[in-house]
Design a protein. Structure first.
Length: 543
């Protein structure tokens, strides 16, 4: 029998409502037996799954989760984190803040070195940060530097990069001037965008063939479309505490394929777990499951570059209301993900969750209102909307996309053309708005603050894929950034989210839950609200 889920050569599918019932049944299949008494194949090497090939290992360029995973092993910033997410000294052995809360002074470790033995200098941070905010590089992570004095003007091309509020009076002293107090600034310093670049490499192509990094590991090999091999950096200042000698990252875009590799003993840690396997894994490998909520939101962005959507707010709201998030939670989102009726996830610091007013409506009322809006938007069963939905590969992502498309068909009569792409291809396609009407995206917190999520939808943000533009929204975020008062800032951010939600540029679907499998012989793993798992905190217990 032909597989009803099989895509054609372009990865395009036309989704039918009957598939939702199949997906519900699929969630409980495939019980398998496993060996819970495995010994490590090689006690010197940790083999980690990663959900796709990194787009870049350049800290100033990378803007995707898979790249971040590897970069955090290769580099270290001024601050780092404990296994459970507490801020710790990194390259900076200490720091101080002035009375205004706007000037930070960092004392760098004399023992901090690059992998080639050269000392890490304050000037390396200055060069790296100027490079990121320089508009000629068009870095997608430049927005993280907005709290620093003059960063916004530099990013917009109004000032040269050398006006950034960061200077190096000495090799071991870095002074950072903020535009206004930012209570989350130390958290920003754990972002890969703030990591230093070896000065002689900053202006180069950053080729892996001459890789120089300052973290616990250094790149040994990276074959395109293949595995990434890292080896311990003997020059790392805290090398004595790094217990794993080698790391092998194995990119796998298919969750089920990654699970098969784990079962076969080819992986020690997975990036994720397919939903369909959870019932069996809870029975056979409960001690190997690491599941915990973290700060992340999956959402669909609507193409506001197209007048068909930008000029039709009723249609955008209808699309949002037709999705039964609670049914997704019961059938597909079985790892503790919770329905999202707003952007900012629960557990975000100094913030009360915001939701659409209809989020508590009964299913009957929600569906009736969605259908009324769809009709008012100019569509009907005889003249249905034809919608192109773009998603990246991943069994869970695809399952949700099929279910959502089925709900749109069932409730509104929409015909959805679903396109699935390999992650690196998808990263380019998401920027080509001629290719999609709706695109599946997600935002996982870089630091624990609501502004990190909301800033992505500023008019001039490089992460604003839907093309949302509302000057009042931007002004609320600007006002929140300028106030040193946490309570006042909270009010402004919450107002901004309510405004954005009322405009429907995006459709939040669910809040994230981290889910990994970790072999029993891998020790030191802890949950982290930002879902970061540093190899330097792990060790392998020989069998």
């Amino acid at each position: 029998m032909k597989n009803p889920y099989a895509a054609n050569a372009l990865g395009i599918e036309l989704v039918k409502p009957a598939l939702l019932m199949v997906l519900t049944l699929f969630a409980g299949c495939h019980p398998e037996s496993g060996n819970n008494h495995e010994a490590p194949a090689d006690p010197t090497t940790l083999r980690r799954g990663v959900g796709g090939e990194p787009s870049s290992l350049d800290p100033g360029v990378a803007s995707d989760t898979f790249s971040y995973e590897v970069i955090r092993d290769l580099y270290e910033g001024l601050a780092t984190e404990s296994a459970d997410g507490q801020i710790l000294p990194g390259v900076a052995r200490s720091w101080s803040v002035d009375q205004t809360g706007t000037q930070y002074t960092f004392n760098l470790r004399h023992e901090a070195k690059w992998s080639n033995g050269t000392p890490v200098r304050a000037q390396d941070f200055v060069a790296a940060w100027r490079r990121v905010v320089d508009p000629k590089h068009a870095s997608q992570v430049a927005d993280f530097f907005r709290p620093i004095a003059h960063a916004a003007e530099i990013i917009s091309g109004k000032l040269p990069p050398d006006q950034l509020g960061v200077r190096a009076p000495r090799d071991d002293l870095l002074v950072v001037q903020l535009q206004q107090p930012a209570p989350y600034f130390l958290q920003l310093l754990t972002l890969t965008a703030t990591f230093p670049i070896f000065s002689e490499q900053a202006a180069s192509s950053h080729s892996p063939l001459q890789w120089v990094s300052n973290g616990p590991y250094v790149l040994a090999s990276w074959v395109p479309a293949g595995n990434l091999e890292l080896t311990k950096n003997r020059q790392y200042w805290d090398a004595d505490k790094v217990r794993i000698q080698n790391v092998e990252y194995v990119p796998t875009t298919d969750d089920n394929a990654e699970l098969r590799q784990y079962r076969a003993g080819q992986l020690d840690i997975t990036q994720t777990i397919p939903s369909s396997a959870l019932p069996a894994l809870r029975k056979e490998r409960p001690a190997e499951l690491l599941i915990a909520p973290y700060l992340g939101t999956a959402y669909y962005a609507i193409n506001l570059h197209s007048s068909a959507y930008s000029d039709n707010a009723k249609l955008r709201q209808a699309l949002a209301m037709a999705i039964d998030r609670r049914r997704l939670q019961l059938t597909i989102l079985v790892f503790g993900q919770t329905p999202a009726f707003g952007l900012i996830p629960p557990g975000t610091w100094n913030y009360d969750r915001q939701s659409w007013q209809w989020s508590s409506a009964s299913d009957a009322d929600r569906i009736a209102q969605a259908r009324a809006l769809y009709t008012a938007a100019g569509y009907s069963p005889s003249t249905p909307l034809h919608l192109r939905c773009l998603v990246n590969q991943g069994s869970g992502i695809k399952a949700v996309a099929i279910a959502v498309a089925s709900m749109w068909k069932e409730t509104l009569g929409i015909d959805t053309e679903l396109t699935t792409e390999e992650y690196r291809v998808f990263l380019n396609s998401r920027k080509d708005t001629s290719r999609w009407d709706v695109v599946r995206l997600a935002w996982t917190a870089d630091y624990n603050d609501a502004g990190n999520f909301l800033d992505a939808f500023r008019s001039n943000s490089p992460n604003n894929d839907p093309g949302y533009m509302n000057p009042h929204y931007d002004s609320l975020l600007d006002a929140a950034a300028l106030t040193p008062d946490a309570a006042e800032r909270k009010v402004k951010l919450e107002e901004a989210e309510r405004l954005m939600l009322s405009d429907y540029p995006i459709i939040p679907i669910y809040f994230y839950s981290a889910k990994r499998l970790i072999k029993p012989y891998v020790k030191g793993a802890k949950t982290n609200p930002l879902n970061r798992l540093y190899t330097k905190n792990l060790y392998i217990e020989p069998g």
